[in-house]
Design a protein around this ligand. Structure first.
Ligand code: ZN
Length: 410
């Protein structure tokens, strides 16, 4: 699938430290140790509605990881999927009387435009599930050969007992899994399942729904196997980071990892599982069902500088749940105006120590609030004593740093 254009990425005269992230599976901050290119998979959108700030916060967070690896001297291979056929998309298309393919392409294009405006580095492989169906079929066949599947009225299910490590990604107790499963696309009540938590791998053709031929009969992929198949095809087992919002920990990331580990004994799906907090608005999690979405495209249409949106998002730590308020973007625009004044000067306070602090903060579990605080201290120092702010190389270094490390073109 076509991705979006890459923003410029300035080279820096200094190298960032090794990158550490909080791994959900082991519940600790771990150092990433890429062998060869750093490999990143981030779960993509189901394109039935426009990008809201919760999505934007997630993709901006993993963009910080991409940049931190780059600035630490690693080549990066980044994969993101698009769930361009699934129940919510088909339901929305039916409700609105539009072709599901047109809806998917329209919303995917809007997402590309939002990501471009926010200066997120594009994935190297941007893969839709429709184009990945042969990969999904192959993965289901591997699961069949491993004895990890069963049929139910033409559908194919994954048996959670096939992966001895089931539960290791989320560390959730069975009660919690059973509570979340139906809320997040699962069907625990379906009669005939061996375990209520077993996940759908292949949904047999239903009347009026799109389907593709397969050795299991005509049908379409389940959600979790889609990411397993795309990640294995483009990254391989044991890749460095699997990423997404914290609402994907269970069942989505647990199942994607389990599907892969059941067919490749001894291989981990990913080395670390990294999750972003939820963004709230009006006291509730921002979600389609609650109708309290703040859309990136709508903010852009109303004339908000996308860099102010990005800066406002970076002011929260990616792992924290946070509340969005409309004044955050106004405050960020004021900050950018102040920074621009300093960055367009001929001289400023020496910037190398600040650049080192910024790179260190971002390598330390993507601590963007600490990185921004270091930048603000440098700005304040320059403004407080212009007579001492005599370094002619500092403004250009800080402009490159803000762009390369934080994705802020100021
Ligand atoms: Zn996924």
């Amino acid at each position: 699938m076509r991705t979006w254009p890459a923003p410029s990425l300035p080279g820096l005269p200094l190298t960032g430290p090794p990158v550490r992230v909080f791994d959900t599976a082991t519940r600790q901050v771990v150092e990433t140790r890429p062998e060869g290119p750093a490999r990143l998979y981030v779960c993509g959108i189901t394109p039935y509605d426009a990008t809201h700030l919760g999505h934007a916060a997630t993709y901006v967070a993993f963009d910080l990881l991409h940049r931190a690896w780059h600035n630490a001297g690693h080549e990066v291979v980044y994969v993101q999927n698009v769930t361009d056929v699934d129940d919510p998309l088909l339901e929305r298309a039916a409700r609105d009387g539009v072709d599901w393919r047109e809806l998917a392409e329209r919303e995917t294009e809007l997402f590309r435009q939002d990501m471009t405006a926010l200066r997120t580095l594009p994935p190297h492989h941007y893969v839709g599930v429709v184009e990945a169906i042969p990969l999904v079929v192959e993965e289901i066949q591997l699961l069949e050969q491993a004895g990890a599947t069963y049929r139910l009225d033409g559908d194919v299910y994954y048996s959670v007992t096939a992966d001895a490590g089931f539960g290791e990604v989320s560390s959730m107790l069975r009660d919690e899994m059973e509570h979340l499963f139906p809320q997040r696309g699962g069907d625990p009540e379906r009669a005939g399942k061996k375990d209520p938590l077993d996940a759908l791998l292949w949904r047999a053709e239903r009347e009026g729904e799109p389907s593709w031929p397969s050795p299991f009969g005509a049908g379409r992929p389940g959600w979790h196997i889609e990411c397993s198949a795309i990640a294995m095809a483009h990254l391989g087992p044991g890749y460095d980071v699997q990423g997404g919002g914290s609402d994907l920990i269970f069942p989505h990331h647990e199942m994607s990892a389990g599907h892969t580990q059941a067919t490749r004994p001894g291989c981990a799906f990913a080395k670390a599982y990294v999750h972003t907090g939820m963004v709230g608005y009006d006291g509730e999690k921002m979600s389609k069902s609650l109708g309290n979405l703040v859309l990136v495209s709508r903010l852009r249409e109303s004339g908000v500088d996308p860099m102010a949106i990005r800066l406002a998002l970076l002011r929260g730590h990616y792992r924290e749940d946070r509340e969005w308020t409309d004044d955050q973007v106004t405050a960020a625009a004021d900050t950018l105006a102040q920074w621009r004044e300093v960055l367009t000067g001929l001289t400023a306070a020496p910037a190398t120590p600040t650049a080192e602090r910024v790179l260190a903060a971002l390598a330390d579990d993507l601590d963007s609030p600490a990185a921004l605080a270091a930048v603000q201290e440098w700005v304040d120092a320059t403004l407080a004593d212009p007579a001492e702010a005599t370094d002619p190389t500092a403004p250009a270094l800080m402009r490159d740093l803000l762009d390369a490390a934080l994705g802020l073109a100021v």
